[in-house]
Write a protein that binds this ligand. Structure first.
Ligand code: SF4
Length: 336
């Protein structure tokens, strides 16, 4: 029985949570459900209530909204285990995991190597394999089973910037969801296939302004809608695209070495510069999250990216606030 069949049949389907993209092929090889806590948090009908659960438990107001949301989701979802990325994601992960350990969650540590060394990454993957009781052959089979759905993601992305048939919000939705394929690979694949088919029949957008969006996904729930109402279309979603694993690879280690997000600002910069150049972008929006260490990296991107640049900051989940809206309006106006 192949991996897809197992997923349809629901064999042994424990949910494995994670706080950022990890080699999810291992989870699929183990016939379990990958679950990205970020996606559950931000698509919840009341994400603000999840933040409040964490604050009531004692999380400070000055902690990142994503961390608080993920804490609540991890408690609510019936997880078999939670993979903690202790290097290559977030400076708050250790404390998040400790507070969840306190609540009895089963935590599996994982670390991307700081120096992007394939040997070190291989060791980390082997540790996960040991936990999930899977071998290299099973992991590679799972990786190959995901290639068609990943190819659809890449097609959607090309239809966004090359064919101009897909909006920034649609691009964001499908690529951000590729971190766990909305917990249902078969349904995600069918939905995306149908979307692509329909989008091919559209008339291309006549863009007034083409934007790049860099940084972690927005905690604002309507950012793309606001930009589109102003006549600006996002044709590059940096981190979301990385979740879909855009680089062709020969094996799982290579795939997660090419994935830029865990390896710091300079690894990301290389990818951003190449994509911004080929996508004919007029300006860049760098989204930063309040109380996130990544805000400091803004100065690197500002200095190195030679295009009009707007830094946005979001704190709590919800609609774009009036001040941010005014800044977006002024930025787009300047680019028209
Ligand atoms: S936005 Fe920053 S602080 Fe918040 S979870 Fe992501 S990396 Fe961590």
């Amino acid at each position: 029985m192949d991996v897809l069949q197992c997923l349809i049949k629901g064999d042994n389907m424990g949910k494995i949570g994670f706080t950022t993209s990890i080699p999810m092929e291992l989870i699929i090889a183990a016939k379990k459900i990958p679950l990205d806590l970020n996606n559950i948090f931000i698509t919840d009908p009341k994400p603000q209530a999840l933040v409040e659960i964490a604050e009531e438990a004692g999380y400070p107001r000055t902690a990142c909204g994503w961390i608080k949301g993920m804490y609540a989701v991890a408690l609510i979802e019936d997880l078999e285990a939670l993979i903690a990325v202790l290097h290559g994601d977030c400076s708050n992960t250790q404390a998040l995991m400790e507070t969840l350990q306190l609540k009895g969650l089963n935590i599996i540590p994982f670390a991307y190597p700081f120096d992007r060394d394939p040997e070190n990454l291989k060791l980390q993957i082997e540790k996960l394999m040991k936990y999930f009781k899977v071998n290299w052959e099973q992991v590679e089979a799972a990786r190959e089973s995901l290639l068609p759905v990943r190819a659809l993601c890449h097609e959607l992305d090309a239809m966004t910037w090359k064919d101009n048939l897909v909006s920034g919000s649609e691009n964001h939705y499908y690529l951000v969801s590729s971190s766990d394929f909305n917990r249902d690979l078969v349904q995600y694949q069918d939905e995306l296939q149908l979307f692509i088919k329909k989008a091919h029949a559209r008339r291309p957008y006549q863009d007034k302004v083409r934007l790049a969006y860099i940084g972690v996904p927005p905690i604002f729930t309507d950012l793309y809608k606001v930009l589109e109402s102003l006549g600006a279309r996002v044709v590059y979603n940096e981190v979301q695209r990385q979740f879909s694993m855009p680089g062709a690879s020969n094996n799982i280690v290579e795939q997660y070495i090419k994935y830029t997000y865990p390896y710091g600002a300079f690894a990301r910069l290389e990818d951003i510069q190449a994509e911004v150049a080929r996508r004919n972008v007029d300006g860049i929006i760098h989204y930063t999250q309040s109380f996130c260490y990544r805000q400091i990296e803004d100065l690197i991107f500002r200095e190195k990216l030679d295009l009009p640049f707007l830094t946005l900051e979001g704190d709590r989940p919800g609609r774009v606030d009036a001040r941010t809206r005014m800044r977006l309006e002024a930025f787009v106006k300047m680019l028209i």
